[in-house]
Design a protein around this ligand. Structure first.
Ligand SMILES: NC(=O)c1ccc[n+]([C@@H]2O[C@H](COP(=O)([O-])OP(=O)(O)OC[C@H]3O[C@@H](n4cnc5c(N)ncnc54)[C@H](O)[C@@H]3O)[C@@H](O)[C@H]2O)c1
Length: 435
């Protein structure tokens, strides 16, 4: 089967062939094809005993992205007749940069098995750094980073950050914390413990090792804001006792701790306030559990459309939201870590779309991908509107002037390009049969 490469273009219409940049003495540029080969894998190939080349179709589709990098991939082969799965072990890892020891950083990523963390792992591994992931797998999964397990530069530790942890490292990206409302409300006390004690432990480690410490805070620290768009000097408007407080106040106290260690102990700190982000590996939840403003609404729309189910929009669909694509966020986090900016920095995409427009866009892109892959539809999915839940937060939109000035960072990915990748990802995931 012949395949043609997929072209991805940025906001100016220029082709995107790499992500990242060389800034602040830290080169974080990698090829997009190589990066994609790590998440747009055929992953689960359904084995047909009667055919010698049962994998040919998914592999050929995959080649559109990975440009023959399949030799470096492990496979999970599903046997439908026995409902069993066999795993192959990687014999060769995707090549990583060979850095001189003076440039190779020892990087600790807490929450590295989650959505954002796994993309950060991919990027830093490809760049040739030594990466240790610390995760208790509450919302993350080993499968997000299993393509690095066994690599000499990679280590994975099952550990809960509320307990102290000792390691020698140069940089700490502290991400560990459930990020979506159903997850962080599942055990509110644990969420606060993770935010406070986890951050305390990691800051203690940064103090002892003199590592630079970056925390992934959130736009939720602005609460239900009275200022639009939100800039970093705004102190926020948070309900300290509401159901979201375990997360919002948890992140606020984590920021307070962070600046306490900076003032008292001279720890080098970086604070990223992340706005809604979407991309491959973000979790899918049943739509009824998802706040329509949550970035995960994107994955839900995609999965509904791929399954041929109605797409549910809450409210009249005219409410606007902005979502940033995962690669832009990773660029921003790495730039912030390696810059001199120690004040909080908003990282998000200010382009607003109505939720109704989003749903239509997702439907169009799913149909485009299905047409390209020769998938026949028996009907066009409907977009249905349901009443808006009452506890919805008000609109949030980032003011990213500081990121632009201090980090020379701006989002590059258009919503359409990001969505197309995500549709490809979930289409491959659906072959696993557990979506
Ligand atoms: N995704 C977004 O849109 C978004 C927006 C704002 C902020 N953030 C922040 O970014 C970070 C990552 O978010 P994500 O979307 O990847 O979420 P995620 O839930 O996919 O990842 C969080 C990871 O932390 C791990 N974890 C949770 N509690 C832990 C503990 N006590 N000890 C060790 N590991 C623990 C989980 O198992 C998971 O792997 C979080 O700090 C979140 O608050 C994300």
């Amino acid at each position: 089967m012949s395949v043609s490469p997929i072209h991805t273009v940025d906001k100016n219409g220029d082709e995107i062939t790499t992500v990242g940049f060389n800034r602040f003495g830290f080169d974080c540029e990698v090829s997009l094809d190589v990066l994609r080969s790590l998440y747009l894998r055929p992953h689960y190939a359904v084995l047909n005993e009667h055919s010698d080349d049962a994998d040919a179709e998914p592999l050929a589709q995959h080649a559109k992205f990975s440009q023959s990098l399949t030799a470096y991939q492990s496979k999970s082969i599903f046997h439908p007749e026995t409902n069993s799965i066999s795993y192959t072990t990687l014999t060769r890892f995707t090549p990583v940069k060979l850095l001189p020891p003076s440039q190779r950083k020892r990087v600790l990523i807490t929450g590295g098995a989650g959505f954002v963390g796994s993309h950060l792992v991919d990027r830093l591994m490809l760049l040739g750094h030594e990466v240790t992931v610390l995760d208790n797998f509450f919302t993350g999964s080993k499968t997000t980073v299993n393509h690095w397990i066994g690599h000499p530069n990679f280590e994975m530790v099952r550990h809960d950050v509320v307990e102290p942890f000792m390691i020698e490292c140069d940089q700490i990206y502290h991400l560990a914390c459930p990020a979506s409302p159903p997850h962080y409300q599942f055990n509110a006390v644990k969420t606060i413990k993770t935010s406070f004690m986890g951050t305390l432990n990691m800051l203690g480690l940064a103090k002892r090792t003199k590592a630079r410490f970056l925390i992934t805070s959130t736009s939720e620290v602005y609460g239900d804001p009275e200022v639009h768009p939100q800039h970093e000097e705004y102190w926020g408007h948070v309900n300290p006792i509401g159901p979201r407080a375990c997360y919002d106040e948890g992140k606020r106290v984590a920021e307070t701790l962070t600046y306490g260690f900076q003032r008292q102990d001279g720890v080098e700190v970086r604070v990223a306030r992340i706005f809604n982000t979407y991309g491959p590996r973000s979790k899918v939840q049943y739509i009824s559990e998802v706040n329509p403003y949550d970035g995960r609404v994107v994955s839900n729309f995609i999965v509904q459309a791929l399954k041929g189910e109605d797409m549910t929009v809450y409210g009249d669909g005219k409410q606007t939201r902005s979502f940033q694509y995962i690669h832009d966020l990773i660029d921003g986090l790495i730039a912030l870590m390696n810059s001199d900016e120690s004040r909080p920095v908003n990282i998000g995409n200010g382009d607003e779309f109505t939720i109704g427009e989003f749903a239509e866009l997702v439907r169009d892109i799913v149909e485009k991908v299905q047409d390209e892959d020769g998938v026949k539809r028996d009907h066009r999915v409907n977009i249905v509107y349901k009443p808006m839940p009452t506890d919805d937060p008000q609109m949030r939109r980032p003011d990213t002037t500081r990121a632009k000035e201090s980090l020379q960072w701006q989002p590059r990915w258009t919503v359409r390009m990001g969505l197309e990748e995500m549709v490809r990802y979930y289409k491959a995931k659906m072959a696993e049969g557990n979506l």
